[in-house]
Structure formats: structure tokens, C-alpha cells
Design a binder for this molecule. Structure first.
Ligand code: AKB
Length: 367
């Protein structure tokens, strides 16, 4: 890609050190733009609230985060975006826009026309999907990321990108997994997440980008069908348990993974976005809530649905991914730097999920 071409000449002429200092002071854009382009967004005076754009907004997290941010910052200050057509209730609930993160000009136009100041980048292929579609995952998770990073630097945005337990690999310590350790993941998803962490931190260091990143555990939510993730087995169990009373689990019963209820995840995202920069000793934090195995999850669900039938049919690709991931996540830095603490224990998560999936499926039956 063309980024950094504009500054490369200067680097050769003036030396790397002085360029780095200069670029931090004058907010150099890493992407070459037309010489008559005006960065008028920087001259806007900031309103009280940020103007937020969420990419990949129709996945598991975007709609929920949009709701939370709109409560905090106002309906019209938060724009949900995706390349897919939104369902009616999402379209009617507030601003929605088409955005393609692989189209840099489209992204820039949205940022400029809507005076965006915070960008939350949720577009990504997840771990199991990524292994099935490596080249698409590389495009979306890596090329798309480059576009997002560049537009964020060019327009002085605060940029949030989620990373994941998937950013670790078989050589990482697994119980517990600290923030800083050997990563070396073995999936395209994991490689793209390490790339995002490092590029974000590099742009922070080099251009002063306000990059913030949380490594999410597996997220459990009720209002959308499980996507292409390895931890989605847990979401699937809830849907099947409520709908049919039986389920097939594609991981071994003793596979321990860090997990979190969606409300905790969305709150953590808002909290790190709002944290004062001085509080952040790092730019990428682990966040954690609970760790459980399929067997432990099933036991807890059986306290409410004693007749639940479960069969284990291990999928070798997903199992290998899960076996290379953390079992327990150490989030002590998030706790001490910006006060992170989860609310939902396993029993609370299960109770809430059964209530929500039960009422969702009752609503579908009634319609
Ligand atoms: C996945 O399983 O791929 C995701 C994740 C843990 O990042 N849910």
C-alpha cells in the first residue's frame, strides 16, 4: 500500500529520529494525499460529545455497543455502519450508513462528512471462519486495518480496535496469560490481531495516534446467531438448549477458555475509551471475567434445564485453535490502570442468557 511514501523522502533527508519527532508534533498523515486536500476536520471545535463511527456494526457487538454509546453521547452522535443491509429495527433506531473498510475513499468521506472523532473498528473475520477463508480474512483483517489506521491518523481520531485471546498461541503461558508474553498465534485471525496490536501501538508511538485496544475473551450474547468463532460453541449451546433441549458441542468437554457476558464487554469498551490518557500505561489490555469448560457450562445450564442432552463431536480445526489459546486471562493491568472489573459470574451469565434466549425464541414463535 501507499502509506508512508509521503514521509519516506523526508526520512531519508532528515533522518529517522528528527522525522519521528516532527511527525508527532505536526500530526503527519502516514498516507499520501493530494497536495490540495484540506484537513478541515482538525479545525472543527470539538463538541461536548464524541462523534462515533462503528465499522462492522452488524456483528455480535456493534448493535449493543451502539445502544450503550447512544445513551451516553446522544442518538445522532453514534453512527453504525456495515456493508450488509441492516434489519428494520436497527435501521429505525438511529443513524446507519454503508461503509466498506476496504475502500479508503469511502471511509475518509464518511469520517469527513460526519465529523467523526472516535472510530470503533469491529469489522473482522473470526478464528474458525478465518481458517476456512484465509485470503478474505487477510484482506478484511489486515488490509482493512491499514485503511482504518491511516484514516484515524489523518483525521486525529481516537481509535478502538478489539484484539482477542486469539492473539496468543501454543507457546504462550496459558494459565494465567499475562498482557506481555510470547504470542505467536497459529491462525490467520490471531496473526491479524497481533498485527493490529503492534501497528496501533507503532502508530501511537510514531504519529501520536490515540489507539486503544482490549483483548476480548469469548463473548456470550443472546441476540444474534453465533458467528465464525471458536468460542461460539457456548452461544450455540444456549440457543439449542432453549429451542430443542439438546445440543452438539464441537469442543472437548474439558476445554477451558476465558469467557465474558456481552454487557461486561461493552462496558469495558466504553470505560477504556473514556479513560484519561494518563491512566493508560499500555495501549493493549487483557480483560477477563470467567473461565469455564463446556462440561462446567452444561452443568450450570442443567441447574435450570435438568433434561438438557449434550453430545460431544469434536471439530479438529476448532479444537486445535482452542487448545492453543489461554485458559485463564490475567487482566490485572486493566484493573489497576482504569479500574476494570467484571460483573457477571458464571451462574449470573447462565441465568441471564437463559432468560434472554428464552424470551427471544418465544418472541419468534409468537410472530
Ligand atoms: C473467536 O472465537 O474467534 C472469537 C474470539 C475469542 O476472538 N470469539
Amino acid at each position: 500500500m501507499s502509506c508512508l511514501r509521503a514521509v519516506r523522502g523526508l526520512a531519508l533527508a532528515g533522518g529517522f529520529q528528527s522525522l519521528a519527532l516532527l511527525s508527532r508534533r505536526v500530526s503527519f498523515s502516514p498516507r499520501q494525499v493530494a497536495s490540495d486536500a484540506s484537513f478541515h476536520s482538525v479545525s472543527f471545535s470539538e463538541s461536548d460529545h464524541p462523534r462515533v463511527l462503528i465499522t462492522g456494526g452488524l456483528g455480535q457487538l456493534g448493535v449493543g455497543l451502539t445502544k450503550l454509546l447512544r445513551k451516553q453521547f446522544g442518538k445522532y452522535n453514534v453512527i453504525l455502519s456495515d456493508i450488509r443491509k441492516p434489519p428494520a429495527h436497527v435501521y429505525q433506531s438511529g443513524p446507519f450508513i454503508y461503509s466498506d473498510i476496504l475502500d479508503y475513499k469511502n471511509l475518509r468521506e464518511i469520517v469527513v462528512n460526519n465529523r467523526i472523532s472516535w472510530l470503533i473498528h469491529y469489522s473482522a473475520l473470526l478464528s474458525a471462519d478465518g481458517e476456512a477463508k484465509v485470503s478474505l480474512a487477510r484482506d478484511v483483517n489486515i488490509t482493512g486495518l491499514h485503511n482504518v489506521l491511516d484514516v484515524a491518523v489523518e483525521h486525529g481520531l481516537r481509535l478502538f480496535i478489539p484484539s482477542s485471546i486469539g492473539a496468543f498461541g501454543p507457546m504462550s503461558p496459558r494459565n494465567p496469560t499475562p498482557d506481555l508474553c510470547i504470542q505467536r498465534p497459529q491462525t490467520i485471525y490471531g496473526v491479524s490481531k497481533v498485527h493490529a496490536e503492534l501497528m496501533g501501538e507503532y502508530y501511537h508511538h510514531r504519529y501520536g495516534l490515540d489507539f486503544r485496544c482490549l483483548r476480548y475473551p469469548g463473548i456470550i450474547s443472546a441476540d444474534c446467531q453465533p458467528g465464525g468463532g471458536t468460542t461460539d460453541y457456548a452461544v450455540q449451546i444456549f440457543h439449542d438448549a432453549v429451542k430443542t433441549g439438546s445440543c452438539v458441542c464441537n469442543l472437548r468437554p474439558d476445554t477451558r477458555l476465558p469467557m465474558m457476558f456481552i454487557d461486561d464487554c461493552l462496558r469495558a469498551t466504553l470505560e477504556v475509551l473514556e479513560a484519561p490518557a494518563e491512566a493508560l500505561s499500555m495501549r493493549t489490555y487483557n480483560i477477563s471475567a470467567v473461565s469455564f469448560t463446556p462440561e462446567e457450562l452444561v452443568q450450570e445450564i442443567r441447574r435450570h434445564l435438568p433434561d438438557l442432552q449434550v453430545t460431544y463431536e469434536t471439530d479438529p480445526v476448532r479444537q486445535a485453535i482452542a487448545d492453543s489459546w489461554p485458559m485463564v486471562f490475567d487482566d490485572s493491568n486493566a484493573h489497576s490502570d482504569w479500574g476494570w472489573k467484571h460483573n457477571y459470574s458464571l451462574p449470573e451469565l447462565v441465568q441471564t442468557m437463559l432468560n434472554l434466549t428464552g424470551s427471544n425464541s418465544r418472541m419468534l414463535q409468537a410472530n
